[in-house]
Write a protein that binds this ligand. Sequence first.
Ligand code: FES
Ligand code: FES
Length: 212
Amino acid sequence: MNAIRFRLNGARLEEGLIPPSTTVLDYIRDHLHLTGTKEGCAEGDCGACTVAILKPGSTRWEAVNSCIMLVPQLDGCAIRTVEGVSGRGPLHPVQKALAEGDGTQCGFCTPGFVMSLFAVHQNGEPTDTETIHDVLAGNLCRCTGYRPIVDACKAATAQSWVEIGDSAVEKGRTNYRRDGHYFIAPSDLPALIAALAENPGARLVGGATDLG
Ligand code: FES
Ligand code: FES
């Protein structure tokens, strides 16, 4: 096949020798020896093989099943496997939340959960319980320990946002809107307070908010 170029865990790779019918799962496990990504069903049902992908031109990370994705589809993408979430550095916030919240049992499914949570965390959007259930719908845990995993997702994402209720932040701060409510990162609070001072009609609805 023609050479394809992509980034894997931050490193540029070029691949031209792999048969195009090779799945991304087989490629990363058997050719790159990154065995943190697991094979469960091998047909897109269990999520054990989940990796995070940033497609060309997109700014949103997606969690995908690498067992049903073929290597040529990686062309131009950035792909992150569980080995690249924190490298040799400190635990990523989603790993820390899973560890501290007892979100793992046998651990076979854990790399897939980490990658689904990693993708949603990278996108920087607040998540409520319903959204978290959607995010994790493709990941099966045969130990059925879902509650601590859902709690870990809340801990790693939702609590880092502050809910506000007026349009003052639309003036250009980092913000996110859902169902008519606005959310802002804590680091932007000083700018928000200044914006509120300029807009007497605006009001701050809440403090740090658990969106669940
Ligand atoms: Fe089950 Fe890929 S191994 S979805
Ligand atoms: Fe998920 Fe056991 S911890 S299958």
